[in-house]
Design a protein around this ligand. Structure first.
Ligand code: MN
Length: 312
């Protein structure tokens, strides 16, 4: 069955249950191309919390999304059978237990050949996403847009935190850093050694200082050259975007791209074999005008557009 959203020219967008893009809430994966999943967790953040409410805010903002992406010239509703798969069963206060339950929730999606688009949730959850994806697809090429590299070793003497996930992912063999590219890193650091930490793990790292000299196509060419034909995973932290455009997040860093520039970097990533996507770190309590939620919903539409082009 080809699942599609409710038609907003027939019933108003503010009616009906709040699912992503007004998609049906379906858990039968037969014939499905993409499954949007909420991961409501924020137990592993180092500063401002609230990302547990991210999925519902992205869903509410996403009802304004329309099927056609005029920049990529693709109708995602026609090309993809999409569902809102619901939320992963997280456990507040028990982060390691949450990771296990999120992985168990996501793994059947990969096994069915369906591509999950996960709505965060703080970035710690990506470890569960990558565990589920790598169990089926093998080590993934990571395409990571973020103000932070998230490769610190530990926080408060604890190894599982939202700022440590991409070091853990290398240690667990979930990503192939030699095929992976991080971009957008900026802001103050604990020390000079933090600058080289991604490269020491094997990642290619494009700082914001360097990224702002690259046109989106030049950035995407570098990513494609690095990723090749590997199964890939795209992780988009809303704090990649400047806090003037994305204030609703836990650890903002000034000096990032505008929301329009960020969409252009995302949109340029055509032709990559993405097996999973996420949009993380949206914290609605710090997003009073809802602008960060619009950004997050729009980012998800660009991701689905990349998938639609690839599958088409
Ligand atoms: Mn970040």
């Amino acid at each position: 069955m080809h699942h599609r959203p409710a038609d907003s020219s027939k019933t108003p967008r503010f009616t009906g249950p709040r699912t992503f893009m007004r998609l049906p809430h379906v858990t039968d994966l037969d014939g499905v191309d993409a499954a949007v999943c909420g991961i409501p967790t924020d137990g592993a953040v180092s500063f401002r919390s609230g990302a547990r409410f991210g999925p519902e805010a992205i869903r509410s903002a996403s009802v304004l999304l329309r099927p056609y992406n005029p920049r990529l010239r693709v109708d995602i509703v026609e090309r993809l059978s999409m569902v809102d798969f619901g939320d992963a069963p997280t456990v507040p206060g028990y982060h390691l237990e949450s990771l296990e339950r999120i992985e168990t929730f996501l793994r059947p999606i990969h096994e069915a050949g369906v591509v999950p688009v996960c709505l965060g949730g703080d970035h710690s959850m990506v470890l569960a996403e990558l565990r589920a994806a790598a169990a089926v697809h093998g080590p993934l090429a990571l395409v990571h847009l973020d103000a932070h590299a998230d490769v610190w070793d530990q926080y408060y003497g604890v190894e599982h935190f939202h700022g440590t996930v991409f070091k853990r992912a290398v240690e667990e063999g979930l990503v192939d850093p030699t095929r992976s590219v991080q971009a957008g890193m900026r802001g103050t650091l604990y020390g000079a050694s933090d600058v080289d930490a991604p490269r020491e793990l094997g990642y290619e790292a494009i700082s914001m200082e360097e990224l702002e000299t690259l046109a989106p196509d030049a950035y995407a060419d570098r990513v494609r050259a690095r990723v090749g034909d590997r199964p890939a995973f795209l992780s988009f932290d809303v704090d990649f975007v400047d806090p003037a455009f994305a204030p609703g997040t836990g650890t903002p860093e000034v000096g990032g791209p505008t929301s329009g520039q960020a969409m252009a970097y995302l949109r340029a990533l055509t032709g990559i074999d993405f097996r999973g996507f996420d949009c993380v770190e949206l914290s609605p309590p710090y997003d009073p005008a809802g602008v960060t939620a619009w950004l997050a919903a729009s980012a998800c539409h660009e991701m689905l557009s990349l998938l639609a082009l690839r599958r088409g």
